[in-house]
Design a protein around this ligand. Structure first.
Ligand SMILES: Nc1nc2c(c(=O)[nH]1)N[C@H]1C(S)=C(S)[C@@H](COP(=O)(O)OP(=O)(O)OC[C@H]3O[C@@H](n4cnc5c(=O)[nH]c(N)nc54)[C@H](O)[C@@H]3O)O[C@H]1N2
Ligand SMILES: Nc1nc2c(c(=O)[nH]1)N[C@H]1C(S)=C(S)[C@@H](COP(=O)(O)OP(=O)(O)OC[C@H]3O[C@@H](n4cnc5c(=O)[nH]c(N)nc54)[C@H](O)[C@@H]3O)O[C@H]1N2
Ligand SMILES: [Mo]
Length: 806
């Protein structure tokens, strides 16, 4: 989230689109209700299903799953044609005025530079026109046809209300209501917020769904202000922590990418990833990357990281290709993987195309499952009849279960969606032999080193170089790790006059102190400040709120630097006058800045060149994304890979995302609408949490049996009655479940056809105490977003038929 949970109460319009906050985030959703009470805010919901968020909304409208880019581009078209934008914000705080490379173009569904063989773009022309000094050219009058804003106008002009209805199935009169409501927040004193989750991310165009919304927020001046923002409601309680700490195959902590095998030296790597400013005088905060990175290497490798050995850069693994979940399941499937350590994860239930995952796991030599529960994955080799039809005797995989504790049985911090790091304390001791994950991993490390010492082999150098300075090396504590992530001064840190700012051995107060010469350490630069010489900032519990805006600066710790709303400089105009007098975050009082939030910028007076988007080399936000996105600098509607209409009304030659993540071995595993005419979409129920609450009797009682939802019209067409047993199938597999016939899902008229949707909750499987069921992922395709590799769980093709009770 650019903002945070409590801040939602400051909104004038809460849009829930691409998520179902009332059911998946029931505790946080109360702030949307507070916005209604506080400001008379409206709640507006756009979702293929009428759900419990829709039930408390002021306005609800349906759309076909996988078509939000068309809808939101239609909104941009409306805002630009009707001049409903926040002019000053757009002119000074976005790249609307920047001139785009003459070579850049968009034609028939493709941007310049597409390579159909590689299914990738050469992004050379997705750039700005540069002046002699290498800075981007601008036309502040916005007359030049190559200005970003003029190219954007042209790009979205195709998304008329008629086209939105034709693609999305949303009626034009509903769409008009949406446009009119959101346009009201072009008023500088009004803000809209978007709350989204997987209804947007789990598509082959997921990242671009979110980007289109972010562009709307920029045009309306809704980013950096109280009650506004781009607000991803995260999933597992600490999944924000997963991304912060870089627990992805291609990432390192603090949003730095893992080196590739082309980055032959530390210098080459840092040169590649450190951006240069593209406007004169801008902060370009990522310009500090070498300080973040070298301090991280100092944490990783301690005294073994020296200037002479490039601070241990060569101890890091280098990527030769993208090792995402598609790839590693594929490698297992091809028999190229010996072992798999599966920690806090249930892939046979949660990954797309369960049958492929099952075969993949069956080819391993060993599987280690670290989990408090006996999961579907740890039991994958057992036969559960139709639910898991395996021949146990044919499976060679040896499975080890290492029981772990869970969050309530240990101390630690949890990063919530609003970037708040909140410390929590152990509530109970772990049962039986369960151990914390940290202890298990530490013991594996010790055993590995011992084995290497006995038997030799490659890789021990890195393992031994790792610094491991914990009181008990077999079980580092959460406190030790939190301090290590915060970082230390390794020498006295002095200012240019020789005055000592931080003494050797002290915890760093902020990441502003990080250096690239090996004199500081920090495991994760964005977490620097979480545990200082003043103590554990995450454990603070003072809820005083002098501004009344809910920023509570002495409650826990928010990264970066305890800032609650990022880009908050954008809440005031160029002169530092807040757009909204009632919701001030930062204000220039003529002599200095007054802050209600922690400022996003230094103490420079207004009128200096520095503009609010300090993480961008331009200092402004991007309506044109230059070279960041895999699909193009502007969003474009592409059909889900399995499309119910079999065409793209905008450009029939380019139907689905031309760069979507598809591995060659999966190419034949996609169905078409002649055999599978209906849209399948998967989602959660409030009463269950994924695949673990089926181990809990109370949850199982609350929601005992697998079901699927379909409309009254489709049920009538297929002769299905409420309560009948049905079989839903895709080209990859099937599920059987009870039919819930409902008004909550309605057929939509799309491109002259009627499109039906079948809703499939995800929570069943064979492990646990309740009635067994099928995985929703028996049905889902292995195609992903090209930027994030998130699978298309929300829009794929299925068929449905009535079956006799078993
Ligand atoms: N009770 C409970 N709460 C949970 C979880 C749980 O298992 N149980 N899981 C947690 C996790 S890990 C996560 S990631 C979050 C997920 O939170 P959500 O994303 O809110 O959860 P989903 O149920 O997957 O809901 C997605 C919604 O998006 C809609 N949708 C599908 N496709 C589209 C589309 O193309 N456009 C639009 N506009 N909407 C679409 C669906 O109809 C559905 O209502 O929930 C978290 N909270
Ligand atoms: N079709 C379809 N598939 C989906 C989705 C969808 O919407 N549709 N949603 C996707 C999403 S957003 C998510 S997040 C995934 C969820 O997929 P998973 O993460 O695979 O599912 P969970 O059941 O949450 O599994 C988490 C496991 O962690 C264990 N655990 C809990 N605490 C600890 C701990 O402290 N240590 C260890 N080692 N283990 C612990 C739990 O017991 C549980 O078995 O599913 C994805 N799959
Ligand atoms: Mo999730």
């Amino acid at each position: 989230m650019t903002n945070h949970w409590v801040d939602i109460k400051n909104s004038d319009l809460v849009i829930v689109m691409g998520g179902n906050a009332a059911e998946a985030h029931p505790v946080g959703f109360r702030w949307a209700i507070e916005a209604k009470k506080n400001n008379g805010a409206k709640i507006m919901v756009v979702d293929p299903r009428f759900h419990r968020t829709a039930a408390v909304a002021d306005i609800y409208m349906p759309l076909r799953s996988g078509t939000d880019i068309a809808f939101l581009s239609g909104v941009i078209n409306y805002l630009l044609t009707n001049d409903k934008i926040q002019h000053e914000y757009v002119k000074y705080y976005t790249n609307a005025t920047f001139l785009v490379n003459e070579g850049f173009n968009f034609e028939d569904g493709l941007f310049t530079g597409y390579d159909p063989e590689k299914r990738q773009y050469d992004k050379a022309t997705w750039s700005y026109q540069l002046d002699e000094e290498g800075f981007a050219k601008r036309d502040m009058t916005m007359q030049d046809p190559r200005c970003v804003i003029n190219l954007l106008k042209k790009h979205v002009s195709r998304y008329t209300p008629e086209m939105v209805e034709r693609i999305c199935g949303t009626k034009q009169k509903d769409f008009k209501i949406f446009c009119e409501e959101i346009a009201k927040t072009a008023d500088p004193a009004k803000a809209a917020t978007f709350l989204y989750a997987l209804g947007w991310t789990q598509h082959s165009v997921g990242s671009q769904n979110i980007r289109t919304m972010a562009m709307i927020q920029l045009l309306l001046g809704n980013i950096g202000v109280a009650g506004g923002g781009v607000n991803a409601l995260r999933g597992h309680s600490n999944v924000q922590g997963i991304t912060d700490l870089g627990l992805f195959p291609h990432m390192l902590p603090g949003y730095m990418g893992l080196p590739t095998d082309k980055d032959v030296s530390l210098e080459a790597y840092l040169n590649r990833i450190t951006p240069k400013p593209t406007q004169k005088g801008q902060v370009n905060y990522w310009g500090n990357t070498p300080k973040f990175f070298i301090s991280m290497l100092k944490t990783f490798f301690g005294a073994n990281a020296t200037a002479e050995n490039q601070f241990g850069y060569h101890y890091l693994p280098k990527m030769d290709q993208k090792y995402d979940h598609f790839r590693f399941i594929d490698m297992m499937y091809a028999g190229k993987v010996n072992g798999y350590l599966c920690q806090g994860f249930n892939p046979i239930a949660s990954y797309p195309d369960k049958n492929k995952v099952l075969t993949a796991l069956s080819k391993l030599k060993f599987l280690v499952v670290m989990d408090p529960l006996a999961t579907d994955t740890s039991n994958f080799w057992q036969n559960y009849g139709e639910y898991n039809d395996v021949k146990t005797e044919d499976i060679q995989t040896e499975v080890f279960r290492l029981p772990t504790t869970c969050f309530a049985e240990e101390d630690g911090s949890i990063a919530n969606s609003g970037r708040w790091l909140q410390w929590h304390w152990k509530g109970a001791d772990a049962p039986a032999e369960a151990k914390p994950d940290i202890a298990i991993l530490s013991e594996i490390r010790e055993a590995l080193i011992e084995l290497y010492e006995k038997e030799g082999g490659r890789g021990v150098e890195q393992l031994k170089a790792m610094s491991w300075n914990y009181l008990n090396p077999s079980e580092p504590t959460a406190e030790e790790l939190a301090k290590e992530n915060n970082g230390y001064a390794l020498e006295d840190l002095k200012d240019p006059n020789g005055v000592v700012l931080v003494k050797k051995g002290e915890l760093l107060p902020s990441f502003a102190f990080l250096r690239d010469d090996g004199t500081t350490s920090s495991g994760n630069w964005i977490y620097t400040g979480q545990w200082t010489e003043k103590g554990n900032m995450m454990a603070r519990r003072d809820s005083s709120d002098p501004s009344g805006l809910g920023n509570t600066l002495n409650w826990a710790y928010a990264w970066p630097l305890n800032r609650r709303i990022i880009y908050n400089r954008a809440s005031a105009d160029l002169q530092g006058k807040p757009w909204n007098a009632k919701r001030q975050l930062v204000k220039w009082n003529g002599k200095n800045w007054n802050y209600v939030d922690v400022a996003d910028f230094g103490t420079a007076p207004p009128g200096s060149d520095v503009t609010p988007f300090i993480m961008q080399p331009e200092g402004v936000s991007r309506l044109f994304a230059i070279d960041k996105m895999a699909e193009g600098p502007f969003p474009e509607h592409y059909e889900p890979l399995e499309t119910p209409i079999g065409t793209n009304p905008l450009h029939p030659n380019v139907i689905s995302n031309p760069v979507a993540r598809i591995l060659p071995s999966d190419k034949e595993s996609f169905g078409s609408n002649d055999k599978f005419p209906y849209v399948g979409t998967t989602y959660r129920l409030t009463e269950h949490f994924h695949f673990w609450t089926k181990h809990s009797l109370l949850n199982v009682i609350a929601q005992p049996e697998q079901f699927v939802e379909l409309s009254e019209q489709l049920a009538a067409e297929k002769g299905i009655k409420h309560g009948d047993k049905v079989k839903v199938s895709s080209i990859r597999g099937y599920v059987k479940a009870v039919a819930v016939v409902t008004k909550r899902i309605r057929p939509l008229e799309v491109d002259g056809k009627v499109v039906h949707t079948i809703g499939i909750p995800i929570h069943w499987g064979f492990a646990g105490v309740g009635k067994k069921g099928f995985f929703a992922n028996n049905l889902t395709p292995r195609v992903g977003d090209a930027n994030t590799q998130t699978p298309e769980f929300k829009a794929f093709l299925v068929n449905i038929e009535k079956v006799a009770e078993a």
